[in-house]
Design a protein around this ligand. Sequence first.
Ligand SMILES: [Fe+2]
Length: 306
Amino acid sequence: MSAVKQLGYLVFEVSDLAAWENFGTKILGLELVDARGDDGFSLRMDQYQQRFFIERGPADDLAAIGWEVEGPAELDAFARRLRDAGHEVIQGTLDAAARRNVQALIRVNDPAGNPNEIFYGPKRYSEPFVSPVVRSGFVADEQGFGHVVVASRNDEEHQAFYANLFGLRLSDYIRCEYFGHKIAVTFMHANARHHSLAFGGGQLKRIHHFMVQTKSIDEVGLCYDRFLFSGGMVHQTLGRHPNDKMFSFYGYTPSGFHFEFGSGAIEISEGWEPVTYGKVSEWGHHPPQLLTKAYRRAKEASATKA
Ligand SMILES: [Fe+2]
């Protein structure tokens, strides 16, 4: 069965284009390309023409996940397979493909209603990407731009959809308690990147976060500084995950969902065995707002006792 090669792009519908331009270029260190005036712009991070389509709209959420397949035969096979499994597949017009800078695309929703676009033939630059902000650059190209974590309704159904129809393979699970919240996340890979997609229930938006990976640990600290000094709100402090070993932090994007900025992840190798982890992080990744609340509550409780 043909499988998707990589996570090619994300499309975001955002209410504040100016804030996203500043965040994308000055904080994340991506390059603004294809400015479309009031309609939006795109962001580049490697040889691919773009990895993010930022489009104006009220949703402040994920508008589509773009997955790359090898060529026209694979795209046709995907459309047939999805239709045979009872999913509604929309053939993208030539215009729609041109807007995404790809040869052709189809659209299909996953079982939680997250919109997917499957495409082949992305446009690429011949010159390497150089960021004036993130000098060491990003781990992207054949691994795709990074990963995305989205909402699911039924985890088993969600996993079966991406395994049986997209050809994603299981990386591992995280099941634990985190500051009073039940965490159940499934991680899946398409290539050497530990996970291109993860999902779990109990989320307010379609997207929980997206992640971009730099080639140097220092870039994570530098981005943390840029973000703090820009007035950005940290969602989770610096830390390291137990499964992909990513050293990273999380912050709020201008649309209210989160981004993860990381480095140092392991890659999937031959004979990979999925396991279940009982914690979100080996250390760090603490939520400052919840810590403050927990601290205040503990102080109030001890004051009441005294
Ligand atoms: Fe992540």
